[in-house]
Write a protein that binds this ligand. Structure first.
Ligand code: SF4
Ligand code: SF4
Length: 472
């Protein structure tokens, strides 16, 4: 029985409710009056239920679809402006005891090179990431209690935060590790993590169990209820995501929003971010073996509808997507992207060689971080290395309250300009620096509050002089 407040996965992601939602939306895919009423509610910018959002996703009326895309663009602009927050993944270890059929790190894959970073390796990797200009990382590790116990993850986080190289520092470490206990989540919180990210892969229980035939991840309830345990353990910011291509995207879309509603209903705060990865080729993995791949058009529609349904939730797209695809979805709702990513263990210090390939997936966007920054600026976006909220204690419901009041915008834009300035001073190529400085000069005039504008101008001069790490 569907119950968003239930603690049981099969009740807050009730299969019957997902199917009813899909049926309801399918029947109404050309119901102009209903679509109009959902759009009217969406324009209030307070979000939509999964059923309402599904109506928009399934809409088959061309003129209404144009309205949907226009509204997604507008909400993106109103809530996130032209800022894009940058991050990079850091793979600690690809040892894994699970049997996920879509991932090359599955235990039975004997031809992939298995690697685990030592603390000394981490220093080299993080130094290389700092030399690129990154300030925000997403840690990735396979599930292996012997090779990658929680103590190893905690020690690695401590090492990462301790590395100060030239003007570099990693200021926010987000963590993407396997579902674990409330006690372990408390330890992660104490270690100062930013967001805890765990992709659901698929919400369809039967498919989930087939795709995860062995290992602890086989347990659907344990995995799906992980965010509740994380929040119980004191982690305020959690990041959801599904791997599009494993199951039918309509099912995933409805269930993903039901999961967000569940977190809001039980913990009073929805997900901090939603990621939208699509399955990619990798060692031992052919994406064509999964019959549910989605086209770029469907992908764009999903991004637009998520943006409308959960306006306050950040949305992330990685280098799995090509430059062209990323360009399209940036304006529809994406607020964070990775750049210059390596998806192998140790790949920042030493680029992968074929015979020792440990990549989790093939990257579609292979450009350097500097190229990505330049490209964003040329498109009119402000690349931001901001990590201020987490460091100022603006997390969980405090963060959401600020978002909902619109006050967070007074911080995001100035912080984007100041962190971009740091990047331009310390890491950018001459053409990127020239473009970026011109952008900052124009954008500073967009800070509406006189006092804040003057303060930011002061800080920009100080950054030019060599000072670092200003934030609002
Ligand atoms: Fe292991 Fe995660 Fe890959 Fe599954 S998806 S095999 S849990 S690393
Ligand atoms: Fe993100 Fe907060 Fe920085 Fe805005 S001020 S970009 S919400 S960390």
């Amino acid at each position: 029985m569907y119950d968003p407040k239930s603690s049981k996965a099969v009740e807050f992601i009730d299969h019957g409710e997902v199917l009813d939602t899909l049926e309801y939306a399918r029947k109404n895919s050309s119901n102009a009056a209903l679509i109009d009423s959902v759009l009217k509610k969406a324009r209030e910018r307070t979000g939509l239920t999964h059923r309402e959002a599904m109506i928009l996703l399934d809409c088959e009326l061309e003129d209404k679809n144009e309205e949907i895309f226009a509204l997604a663009r507008q909400i993106k602009q109103d809530f996130y402006g032209n800022r894009i927050v940058m991050f990079a993944p850091l793979y600690l270890s690809n040892y894994c005891v699970n049997g996920c059929l879509y991932c090359p790190y599955h235990q039975k894959n004997k031809h992939i090179a298995r690697k685990k970073l030592t603390q000394a390796d981490i220093v080299r990797e993080v130094t290389a990431l700092q030399d690129m200009g990154h300030k925000r990382l997403a840690l990735e590790a396979g599930e292996d209690p012997k090779m990658n116990p929680l103590e190893y993850i905690l020690e690695s986080i401590k090492t990462i935060y301790s590395i100060k190289h030239r003007n570099g520092a990693i200021r926010r470490v987000n963590v993407n590790i396997a579902a674990t206990t409330v006690e372990d989540y408390s330890k992660l919180r104490e270690a100062g993590i930013g967001t805890y990210i765990l992709f659901q892969e698929t919400y369809h229980r039967k498919s989930y169990e087939e795709l995860h035939p062995t290992g602890p991840k086989h347990d659907y309830a344990w995995h799906t209820e992980a965010m509740d345990r994380a929040m119980e353990g004191g982690i305020d910011d959690v990041g959801l995501g599904v791997l599009f291509g494993l199951e039918l995207f309509r099912y995933e879309f409805a269930a993903l929003l039901m999961h967000a509603e569940h977190l809001e209903a039980v913990h009073g705060v929805g997900p901090h971010t939603i990621s939208v990865p699509r399955i990619r080729a990798a060692d031992d993995i052919d994406p064509d073996q999964f019959a549910n791949g989605i086209s770029d058009d469907q992908f764009a529609k999903i991004v637009a509808c998520i943006r409308i349904a959960v306006p306050y939730t950040g949305m992330i797209v990685s280098t799995r997507e090509s430059r062209e695809c990323r360009e399209r979805v940036l304006e529809l709702g994406i607020s964070q992207i990775s750049g210059g990513s390596r998806t192998s263990v140790g790949g920042y210090y030493e680029p992968e060689v074929e015979e020792e390939d440990s990549r989790q997936f093939e990257v579609s966007d292979n450009r350097s971080l500097d190229d990505v920054i330049k490209w964003l600026i040329e498109l009119g976006h402000i690349p931001s290395f901001c990590t201020a909220c987490y460091r100022e204690g603006r997390t969980g419901d405090r963060f959401m309250a600020l978002c909902k009041s619109g006050k967070i915008l007074n911080c995001c834009h100035p912080n984007a300009l100041m962190t971009l300035k740091e990047y331009l001073m310390d890491y950018a190529s001459a053409p990127t620096a020239e473009l970026g400085n011109a952008l900052i000069e124009t954008e500073i005039n967009q800070v509406p509050n006189n006092k804040i504008r003057a303060l930011v101008a002061e800080h920009l001069v100080a950054i030019q002089r060599g000072d670092r790490d200003f934030r609002l």
